[in-house]
Design a binder for this molecule. Sequence first.
Ligand code: TYM
Length: 388
Amino acid sequence: MNEDFKVTPWEAVGEIDYQRLVKEFGVSPVTEDLLVRFRKLYGKLPFELRRGLFYAHRDFDKILSLLEQGEKIYLYTGRGPSGPMHIGHLFPFIFTKKLQDIFKTLLIIQLTSDEKFLYHHTLNREKVLSYTYDNIKDILALGFKKDNTIIIDDIMDIHFLYQIALSVAKRVTFSTARAVFGFSPETNIGMIFFMSIQATPAFLGYFIDERYKGCLIPAAIDQDPYWRVTRDVATKIRLPKPAQIHGKLVPGLKKGMKMSASVPESAIYLNDSPSDVKRKIWNALTGGQPTVELQKKYGGDPDQCVVFAYFKYLFEPSEEKLKKRYEDCKSGRLTCGECKRELIERINKFLGSHQEKKEKIDDSEVQEYLLHNRFDYKELMDKYRALR
Ligand code: TYM
């Protein structure tokens, strides 16, 4: 990968060139033809696809073929509970919810509490557990229903995952893992095994309901290394290769920087107060001119503006209104101050309602979604036995 930017499952730095990532990761762009097929099948298209925010894939065409033939597929996505969630983390979940509503299918959500415990030297088990509950509540506040959503916490549900993970781990050599993930001699051995745990939900669905013919994983493109290895193993254990639909990363509020837990001012957290939001957006990088006079004269550059990006990724569902905002910025009719004020209002409205919904979800409701409270262990294990 070129050195001017870097995207791995654990870090994203620099100005990301998404077209170059397509080549470097060996994924395919989402083409107009796929969007036409999606729209023909369902009569609508989520704006994340229409706007090229979920822009690349592996075998999404095959998933569409299955759906066109009336076959069933399930969805799988996840979160690593290393701290409070920011709105970037929520972005793939919002898109996934739309897909789940459109496909009317099962969604498996994995919480990789083990990965985060292993990766962050400073995180102890109690902290990870409390973030796990906290993050699940943020995810459930989006409205995922228990009848078609299963949550897996790797630590609490490990006995359900371990046999499939073993079948995966047996088929991944250390040299493959090192080449794909860039492990070094200092990497702890837990991280090396961990990829087989993230692979597992991509296969688990077939044992939950044998009618599923495919699995589609919506996530940001930073998770792609996991899927490369998972897909190789699929053939070896004679299960379908999971397909992916890859999203772009919601940019951080500061230039060339992703939203980072270590720099709280770079992101809008789901537990931020209205005044936090106001301060952060007010200080955010824009594509505007240094003064209102210059803005009116020369216009701004919405393509370089984080404030515009937040409207585009999350806070302006109307295509028409987004286009107007874009043009008004370019022509100088809209000043950065006005645009920021409107964004602050939208974010605070969203967060207010999100926090209210989250507040109503207690630990016992979280428990009800967890795999071990939903399925009979022995029944699933009997089905895995065919896996070598
Ligand atoms: P995590 O917790 O790093 O990220 C959770 C989800 O958010 C995506 N993401 C972002 N999307 C948009 N803008 C951003 N700035 C941004 N930062 C992160 C991630 O791609 C992910 O979709 N190992 C995973 C947990 C996991 C998982 C999965 C994720 C387990 N199984 C299946 C996706 C699909 C992790 O630590 O995600």
